[in-house]
Each structure stands twice: as structure tokens, then as C-alpha cells.
Design a protein around this ligand. Structure first.
Ligand code: DGT
Length: 218
């Protein structure tokens, strides 16, 4: 733990849909003293029997606001979840929800400007009033066409309608946020990994982040 305030060294794992965030987290399961918080997709797929992810993809104009409100809540819960280990790895964050997904929905017109304004107020309140600190962002950088093929192969039913252009735009939003630093607040330094590599080579790439995450010479 950080001796000053007893909070864990917190790493946010970010990257486009299908960039391998879950695989990256699984790589760190071999180490002790790390808490792994995978994204609550299953909660989004089953809230009291409702599949909000599916509703959002089927009828975005109607359900985007509801979906994003629930994403914000589940992400905030992960940011705030008490952790007994000195290191915490989190898949995504309220930041990518805001800077990538909500921004995309605003640009596409899926979110009405009034809905966007409400989400924006929530984000500003959370970001200024509730501690959601991060110490490092691992950006799993990918080429849109490569992750598009992976998404098709993994065939998560809700995602079958996602076009390549959607993935390309999401890629640009990740790049704007994490590489071009177009938002005033990027909560932590960014480590960029090449996540285009296939499974046979990716472990070597993941290893490049071990010393920064475990904070020891490995
Ligand atoms: P991975 O392990 O890199 O393959 O990660 P994925 O693709 O399982 O996880 P992620 O977060 O990239 O995407 C999960 C699904 O949820 C995907 O269909 C996009 C969607 N999603 C995630 N976060 C948000 C969000 O804040 N807003 C919207 N609209 N969709 C989101």
C-alpha cells in the first residue's frame, strides 16, 4: 500500500473493444498481492434480468442514456472498492466511459445534447468530489481492422451489429485521450503496448509492463 494514504497502486487498463484487456488482466493472475477487477460486462448484460448492453446496441437512441448511467455506477463502484493488496488492476474506468463512449454517442447523435449534459454534470461531480485516483494507465494500442476481426470471431451476440467505422471512431477517441492528450485531465502516466500481436507473441509484450505494475525489477 501507499504508506501515505493506504491506497493501492492503481492501474487502469484501456484500449479499444477487443484489444485484449481481459487477457492482459489474466496475465497478472500469476502474481500475488494484486487485485484484478475485470469490467462488469456481465452486470450490464443482466440487471434484474435486463440485458442493458443488448438494449443499447439494438436501440441506441432509446437506451444509450440508461446504459451509460449504469456503466458510470458500476465503474465508480470498481474505483471505490476497498482493496487489501498493494496493487489494483482495473479494466477500463469512468474516464474511458466519458472520453470515448459517451463522446462517441454525442458525436453520433445517439445521446441528445440534454442527455449528454446530464452525464457531463455527473462526470464532473464524480471527478472533482469523489477520489478516483490512478497511478498508471496501460494503453493496449491496436489497429481497428485487427480488433474488428477479433470481435467478429468471438461473436459476442450483442456486438454483431457493430460496424468497422464505429471501431475506427472509438480508436481515434482513445488516441485523442491517451496519445494526443486532448483532454485537460489524463489521470496518470500512459504506458503504450502493442496489442495487435497475436496470442503466441503477446505474453512478451505484456511482460514489458510488469516492472512498472509490480514496481520491482523483474
Ligand atoms: P477486451 O478484453 O479488450 O476484448 O475487452 P472487451 O471488448 O470485452 O471490453 P470493452 O470494455 O472494450 O467492451 C465491452 C462492451 O461494452 C463493448 O461492446 C463495448 C461496450 N462498452 C464498454 N464500455 C462502454 C461504455 O462506457 N459505453 C458504451 N456504449 N459501451 C461500452
Amino acid at each position: 500500500m501507499d504508506s501515505a494514504n493506504s491506497r493501492p497502486f492503481t492501474v487502469l487498463v484501456e484500449g479499444n473493444i477487443g484489444s485484449g484487456k481481459t487477457t492482459f488482466l489474466e496475465h497478472f493472475r500469476q502474481f500475488e498481492d494484486i487485485t484484478l477487477l475485470t469490467e462488469p460486462v456481465e452486470e450490464w448484460r443482466n440487471l434484474k434480468g435486463w440485458n442493458l448492453l443488448d438494449l443499447m446496441y439494438r436501440d441506441p437512441s432509446k437506451w444509450a442514456m440508461t446504459f451509460q448511467a449504469y456503466v458510470s455506477l458500476t465503474m465508480l463502484e470498481m474505483h471505490r472498492r476497498p482493496t487489501r493488496t498493494p496493487v489494483k488492476l482495473m479494466e477500463r474506468s469512468i474516464f474511458s466511459a466519458k472520453y470515448c463512449f459517451v463522446e462517441q454517442m454525442k458525436r453520433l447523435g445517439t445521446l441528445h445534447p440534454a442527455q449528454f449534459a446530464v452525464l457531463d454534470e455527473w462526470f464532473t461531480f464524480i471527478n472533482t468530489e469523489i477520489p478516483v485516483e490512478a497511478d498508471l494507465i496501460v494503453y493496449l494500442k491496436t489497429t481497428p481492422s485487427i480488433v474488428y476481426d477479433r470481435i467478429k470471431k468471438r461473436a459476442r451476440s450483442e456486438e454483431q451489429c457493430v460496424p468497422l467505422t464505429y471501431i475506427e471512431e472509438l480508436h481515434k477517441l482513445h488516441e485523442d485521450w491517451l496519445i494526443n492528450r486532448s483532454h485537460a485531465d489524463c489521470p496518470a502516466p500512459v504506458l503504450v503496448l502493442d496489442a495487435d500481436l497475436d496470442l503466441s507473441q503477446i505474453t512478451e509484450e505484456y511482460k514489458k509492463s510488469e516492472h512498472q505494475i509490480l514496481r520491482k525489477a523483474v
